[in-house]
Design a protein around this ligand. Sequence first.
Ligand code: ATP
Ligand code: MG
Length: 398
Amino acid sequence: FDHQFKQALPIIDKIEEAGFEAYFVGGSVRDTLLNKPINDVDIATSAKPNEIKEIFPKTIDVGIEHGTVMVLWKDASYEITTFRTESTYQDFRRPDTVEFVRSLKEDLKRRDFTINALAMDRDGKIIDYFNGQKDLENNLIKAVGIPEERFFEDALRMMRGVRFVSQLNFSMDSETEAAIHKNHPLLEKIAVERIQVEFVKLLLGSGRKQGLELFIRTNLFYYCPGLKDSKKELEEFAKLDCVIENRIVAWVLLIHYLNKTSDDVELFLRAWKCSKKEINQVKLAMIALEHRLKNNFNRQILYQTGLQVSLDVETVMECLGYPIDFETVHKLYQELPIYSKNDMKIDGNDLQVVLNRKPGKWLGDLMTEIEATILSGELPNEKPIIVEWVSTHYTKDA
Ligand code: ATP
Ligand code: MG
C-alpha cells in the first residue's frame, strides 16, 4: 500500500461507517499497479455531495454540480466524487449535468479507458469490470465499451488516448485507434485549453515518439491549432529521440521543427491558448536559440533571456544533437554585472537632474544605452562613474 493510500484510508472508513461505499479510483490505482509514483488519490463514493459534507468537518465545493467535493484531512486534500453516469451528452462534450447513481459499476463504465476504469477498496482489492488489469499487463490503451460511442460522448478522450500512449509508453488497441481515425474531426468541438493540456502531456511523455506517430496517423493533428499544414514537419519532429523535460523545451523544439518565424510564434502559441508568461518565455527562447545555433551564449543574450530559459535553450540544443555546456551558461550568468534595469545604480530621476532636462523619449533611450554599456563591461555599475560618463558622453551626442 502506497503511503498516500494509507493516509487516505480513514476517509474511506468514515464514509463506510456512515453506510456508503467508497473506493480509490482512476489514475492512482492505475499508477500503483504499474509501480509508478501516484499523483493524487481520487475517491469515488455512493454518497451524494451533501452526504459527504455531513461526514467531514472541512470540505470545499470544487465541482458540486459534477458531484465532486474536496475533503481536507490532515494536511492533505482529496477529491471525492459521487458515482455518476453521464447519460445526456450534447455537442460531443462532457455534459453540464450529471446523474448520480449508487453503483460503482455504472460509474466505472463512463470512464475513458479500461486502465482508468479500475477501482481499489480499503483492503487493496482491485475491482476490475472491464479487463483493465489485462490491458495494463499488455500495455494497451483501450476504450471502455464501444470506442466510437465513447468518443461521440466526449471527443477529448481521443486526445487523452494518445496522451496516455506517450505518458505510459503503451500502444493503442486497434479498434480504439480506428475509431479515433474515423472520428478525428470531432476534436473541433473541444475547447483548445483542454486539448492543450493533453497535447503538452503527450510531448512530455517518455513514449512521445509512439504518441506523436499515433497523433499524426489518426489525423488528430489536423484539428489542433497551427498544425494542419505541417504533417511533414511533425513527422520529422516525431523522430526526435530525447526526453523533453519541461513545457518551454517542448514548445521551442516543436516550433523549431515547424520552421515558424519569430512573428508566427506569438500567433501560434496564442492559438494554443498559452499564458502570456509562457508565450514571452518561448519567444525569448526562440531568439536565443537562433543566436545559439550560430554562436555561444554571450552576455547580452543571456541577460535578455534569463538563466532558466537560457538553460532550457541549452537543453533544446542537446536534444538537437549539438555539443552543449551548461556550466559555461551558469558561469557567464553569475558574472553578469546586472540582472535587470533595477540593478542599475542610476535611474531616470538622476539623469534628469544631471542633465537638467525634462523627461522625454531621450530618457528611455539613454537608460537603454547605459544598460547596454554596463552589461558589456565598458562602464562600471557605480553611480559617480555613470554620472561622469553621462555628462561627457551625452553632451557630445546632443
Ligand atoms: P493523471 O495521472 O494524468 O492525473 P488520470 O487518469 O488521473 O491521469 P485525470 O484527468 O486526473 O487523469 O482523471 C481521473 C480519472 O477520471 C481518469 O483516470 C478517468 O477514470 C476519469 N476521466 C477523466 N477524464 C475523463 C474523460 N474525459 N472521459 C472519461 N473519463 C475520464
Ligand atoms: Mg489524476
